[in-house]
Design a binder for this molecule. Structure first.
Ligand SMILES: CCCCC/C=C\C/C=C\C/C=C/C(=O)SCCNC(=O)CCNC(=O)[C@H](O)C(C)(C)COP(=O)(O)OP(=O)(O)OC[C@H]1O[C@@H](n2cnc3c(N)ncnc32)[C@H](O)[C@@H]1OP(=O)(O)O
Length: 301
């Protein structure tokens, strides 16, 4: 089945592979700075230069209540990342959350439940694009994971160069798709395998493990677990270590390591979209999503 993807103009402009954002709409000097410091804020993505680290931006995700990756939120993240990537004052980004206790609840289930195929296709293309942009970023990307991080939230974390997780037993991380009755796409799986190895990934994916911090560190899905109030300072120290390496050498090495994984998706993006749309449109999958969403509602009592 050939799929015609009807993209809205903003999304279309953004989601071409490595498109340049037209109009530089969001790049502006920080209010009152007058010193050339740049701030790329948007309603859901707060981006500020780190006052304590030259060349480092802190990107805070602010899509309450749970930072679910809706199409609009993905689009804003993409715009901000693109602006940072193009701004030569920045060499690194720390990605963190502004929603207490939640890094990101992952993909927005409401973008996949009860939607028509064209919408699902547009959504999936944005998910692909965010992954490619973070995974292949020329910047050093450090995840300061200050909350729970299931599924798509875990993918975002895994796409960073280094992950610091806050030591709170509630802040579990993992690809839990099977618990929802869906499956992690091959590129989610590839990134997990690259990070924790084949056998650990095999178990984690099939059983939908959400690792609490101590287990997450042991299996290697995160690089460091620290007290919650030290997540930012640790991320900053780690950033300094990464920024001590000459950019060109680090970037070429990153590309060497990550490109084969990214290429697997780049070589079949349209087919991947079609697979996703076919899969997510199945009655059985829609029913599983319905049951899961009801469970989330009932949990509230
Ligand atoms: C063959 C080819 C195959 C191709 C591949 C096919 C398919 C795979 C597709 C996709 C992969 C999927 C990736 C994903 O990321 S799926 C999302 C996974 N996320 C989760 O499982 C997390 C679900 N949420 C929670 O567990 C909890 O909400 C929380 C994050 C622990 C927070 O708990 P808390 O008690 O603080 O909040 P609430 O549970 O009350 O939630 C508040 C509010 O938010 C809604 N919500 C939560 N998560 C999501 C979400 N992911 N998407 C949309 N909405 C979400 C929740 O329902 C509440 O809404 P309400 O209206 O009731 O206030």
């Amino acid at each position: 089945m050939a799929l015609t993807v009807g993209l809205r103009p903003l999304t279309r402009a953004l989601l071409r592979p490595w498109a340049r954002v037209p109009g530089a709409a969001l790049g502006r000097p920080a209010a009152g700075s007058g010193d050339g410091v740049r701030c790329f804020g948007s309603p859901r993505v707060l981006v500020e230069p780190d006052p304590a680290a030259v060349g480092v931006a802190v990107m805070k995700m602010r899509n309450p209540p749970v930072n679910s990756l809706s199409l609009e939120f993905l689009t804003e993240l993409l715009i901000s990342l693109e602006k940072l990537e193009n701004d030569k004052t920045f060499r690194g980004i720390i990605i963190t959350s502004d929603c207490p206790g939640i890094f990101s609840a992952g993909l927005d289930l409401l973008e996949m439940y009860g939607r028509d195929p064209a919408h699902c296709a547009e959504y999936w293309k944005a998910v692909q694009e965010l992954w490619l942009r973070v995974y292949l970023s020329n910047l050093v990307v450090i995840g300061a994971i200050n909350g729970i991080s299931p599924a798509g939230g875990c993918l975002l974390s895994l796409s960073c160069d280094y992950r610091v997780l806050a030591n709170n037993p509630k802040y579990a991380i993992g690809l839990n798709e099977t618990l929802l009755g869906i499956i992690a796409p091959f590129w989610f799986k590839d990134v997990l395998v690259n990070t924790i190895g084949h056998r650990a990934a095999e178990r984690a994916l099939q059983l939908g493990f959400l690792f609490p911090p101590s287990d997450a560190l042991q299996v290697g899905i995160v690089d460091q677990v620290v007290p919650e109030d030290q997540v930012q300072s640790t991320a900053r120290s780690v950033m300094a270590q990464w920024l001590a390496i000459p950019d060109h050498a680090r970037q070429l090495t990153k590309n060497l390591v990550r490109k084969p994984t990214a290429d697997r998706l780049l070589q079949q993006r349209d087919a991947d979209i079609q697979n996703f749309v076919r899969f997510i449109s199945r009655d059985s999958i829609q029913k599983s999503l319905h049951v899961y969403l009801e469970k989330l509602k009932q949990k509230k009592g």
